[in-house]
Design a protein around this ligand. Structure first.
Ligand SMILES: Cc1cc2nc3c(=O)[nH]c(=O)nc-3n(C[C@H](O)[C@H](O)[C@H](O)COP(=O)(O)OP(=O)(O)OC[C@H]3O[C@@H](n4cnc5c(N)ncnc54)[C@H](O)[C@@H]3O)c2cc1C
Ligand SMILES: NC(=O)c1ccc[n+]([C@@H]2O[C@H](COP(=O)([O-])OP(=O)(O)OC[C@H]3O[C@@H](n4cnc5c(N)ncnc54)[C@H](OP(=O)(O)O)[C@@H]3O)[C@@H](O)[C@H]2O)c1
Ligand SMILES: Cc1cc2nc3c(=O)[nH]c(=O)nc-3n(C[C@H](O)[C@H](O)[C@H](O)COP(=O)(O)O)c2cc1C
Length: 556
């Protein structure tokens, strides 16, 4: 293998046309960041790389590309990320031309807590191979700890690509047309906060807040986008200015400095544009190099990815600077090491049939103590602390076709949600009430304690009373008479639940992906095993529900 520092002679590198395309499909920015890392590594290796979002390149243009690295994440239930949808649709055409000149490598991003691990990257990889393209390096499917695996893969891949491009000699890629010099991305819309009220009682660290977001509409009764119950809304909200100020003070940097290569002051960048919570591994590595106690070095060297991820979960930038006051970054380095600030998603908790221009959300406020400090979640904490009714806010619509109500209004549904996972079910029920759906609806909601964190209980009780809800089970986990989770109630009513599903009901699960969603699936398998008499039949029943799209999840 050619080491990635290989420099190609200038004759093999045309001045203008790139000899390597780095294409990314992303939903939340990780793939884009890796694509830019890949491009930087390629440039260091003497290649001429160009980074493009998959929405910037017509799929047909692939016929002109000779070398490409693709970095593609998966979203929804095994779906293409937003900026790759059109590209994927075009690539799937029966008459799509052969692309035998293309040599490529696929880095797939995903998380194994999801059922369809890296499904989008896998599907694209297989489709490219089917169209005659050659895999120059094997695909790697990266989990939540993608940074280490991705860096190793990219390091190797760039070497292999450098060798192939060199062997190609003067045969560079033809000029490709780029749809737009700026990637389109998911459209942003202006809105304002129309209402804000706390739904929970008691402990503030368990607060859930109900927000009504009024969309700025192009005209009366017209929403700027079509949305459905089951969809989510991305909210953009800046970092706490006091947090940005504290960080700059600790780094001895001035808020009004404009770092080289940017047109904004450090203060503006840290409050409105850069992520101070989820740190890049690169930043942690640079911090570790300056850490006098070697604690960070030790953690990076010794740790498994799980240990690193657990450390990262509990450390934002300020926490690192509090624990390691000797660490310094200059303005330019700080800006280059921080990730772009991302919006956060919230399940829509209302129906467009109530009002297409107004959207309800319920957000659990992330707020916890760490030593002497109280951490406030960027968006949920920022909104809870600083936002008031009337404030403007930018939003994006996240359509979730895999989590919609059944088309047939007579279909029965079972909705299982823990905590704020109940939010989309309020939207479902509003919608069913407005449409007069005849299908039966059964809701199981997991909470800690009815005196603290019941959400929308009055509305659900009213729907139960009216008959829209045929059953409403609240499962409380922190009450004196025992710890009950949603799956315990499912097990208690196992035969009834089985019968319901066996007759065609659709099951919806929303909330925590890491524990609740897995346990619910186990419970369902156990119920089916019990009724059907064997584990194999139980598993095949659950698989049948999934294959028939009657087991739908929106978990995070
Ligand atoms: C499709 C989708 C739908 C969603 N729907 C909803 C919804 O309806 N309602 C809702 O509330 N959320 C929902 N979420 C989650 C939401 O998007 C945000 O992730 C959440 O609100 C946290 O964002 P934040 O900016 O407030 O917190 P951040 O600043 O991002 O902080 C969160 C981080 O803080 C850390 N952390 C949190 N608690 C602790 C603790 N006790 N100790 C130590 N560290 C801790 C963890 O590292 C965690 O990742 C959804 C997510 C997705 C993907
Ligand atoms: N990715 C993110 O940033 C993010 C942000 C917000 C929420 N979430 C996830 O979304 C979930 C819902 O949010 P929330 O804060 O509203 O939930 P929550 O209040 O923490 O949990 C709701 C209920 O679920 C119970 N529960 C815990 N483990 C369970 C399991 N394995 N199976 C079934 N029920 C279980 C809890 O019980 P006990 O607490 O008594 O054990 C509680 O009664 C959370 O679990 C959280 O992990 C993720
Ligand atoms: C709502 C949601 C749905 C997801 N669905 C899947 C999935 O079905 N399969 C998977 O492997 N990963 C899934 N993921 C994980 C992402 O692919 C992973 O976080 C990835 O790093 C995101 O990369 P991106 O920022 O480039 O989009 C999902 C993540 C979210 C937030």
């Amino acid at each position: 293998m050619v080491p990635h520092s290989t420099n190609l002679s200038s004759s093999t590198v045309p001045d203008t046309e790139p000899n390597l395309y780095v294409l990314y499909g992303t939903e939340t920015g990780n793939s884009k960041k890796l694509a830019s890392d890949a491009s930087a590594a390629a440039d260091r290796a003497g290649l001429h790389a160009r980074v493009l979002g998959l929405d910037q390149l017509q799929a047909q243009e692939l016929t002109k590309v000779r070398h490409a690295i693709l970095v593609v994440s998966t979203t929804g239930e095994g779906e293409m990320p937003y900026n790759a949808v059109d590209f994927w649709d075009a690539l799937g055409a029966d008459d799509f031309p052969r692309i035998e000149q293309l040599r490529y490598g696929m880095l797939a991003l995903g998380e194994s807590v999801y059922d369809h691990f890296c499904a989008a990257g896998i599907a694209l990889d297989e489709r490219l191979a089917k169209l005659g393209a050659t895999r120059l390096v094997d695909r790697v499917d990266c989990d939540y700890d993608f940074e280490t695996h991705a860096a190793t893969w990219l390091d190797e891949a760039i070497g292999v690509f450098a060798e192939s491009i060199q062997a190609d000699g003067s045969a560079g890629s033809e000029a490709v047309s780029v749809s737009s010099s700026h990637e389109g991305g998911r459209p942003r819309h202006t809105a304002h906060i129309a209402a804000k009220r706390v739904l929970t009682r008691g402990k503030t660290e368990r607060e859930v807040v109900h927000y009504t977001i009024a969309l700025d509409t192009p005209g009366a009764d017209a929403a700027p986008f079509d949305w459905q119950p089951g969809d989510s809304l991305n909210l953009f909200y800046g970092n706490d200015p006091a947090l940005a100020h504290d960080i700059l003070n600790r780094l001895r940097l001035r808020a009004d400095d404009v770092p080289h290569g940017t047109d904004k002051s450090l203060g503006e960048l840290l409050t409105g544009h850069l992520e101070l919570r989820a740190l890049s591994r690169e930043l942690v590595q640079e911090a570790a190099a300056q850490d006098v106690g070697d604690e960070l070095q030790h953690m990076l060297a010794q740790s498994t990815p799980e240990v690193f991820e657990a450390w990262r979960e509990s450390h934002d930038l300020l926490q690192v600077l509090i624990e390691h006051p000797e660490i310094r970054f200059d303005a330019e380095r700080l800006v280059s090491l921080l990730r772009p600030l991302q919006p956060r998603a919230y399940s829509i908790a209302s129906s467009p049939l109530r009002d297409p221009a107004s959207i309800d959300l319920s957000a659990r406020t992330v707020r916890y103590r760490h030593g002497l400090r109280t951490y406030h979640g960027v968006v949920s904490g920022g909104l809870s602390q600083r936002a008031s009714a009337g404030d403007p806010i930018e939003v994006q619509h996240l359509a979730t076709p895999s989590f919609r109500l059944p088309d047939d209004p007579a279909t029965d549904i079972v909705m299982v949600g823990a905590g704020v996972g109940v939010a989309p079910f309020r939207a479902f029920l509003q919608h069913r009430a407005a449409r007069g759906d005849r299908g039966r609806s059964w809701l199981l909601h997991g909470i800690r304690n009815p005196s603290e964190d019941e959400l929308y209980a009055d509305e659900f009780a009213a729907w139960r009373h009216d008959g829209l809800l045929f059953s409403y089970d609240v499962c409380a986990s922190r009450v004196l008479d025992g710890r009950r989770y949603v799956q315990h109630r499912m097990a208690e009513r196992g035969r009834e639940l089985f019968g319901y599903l066996d007759e065609g009901a659709v099951l919806y699960v929303c909330g925590d992906a890491r524990r609740m969603a897995k346990d619910v699936r186990c419970a369902l398998r156990a119920i089916a095993t019990d009724v059907l008499g064997s584990a194999a039949r139980g598993e095949s029943f659950v698989e049948g529900l999934q294959a028939g799209r009657r087991y739908r999840q929106d978990v995070y």
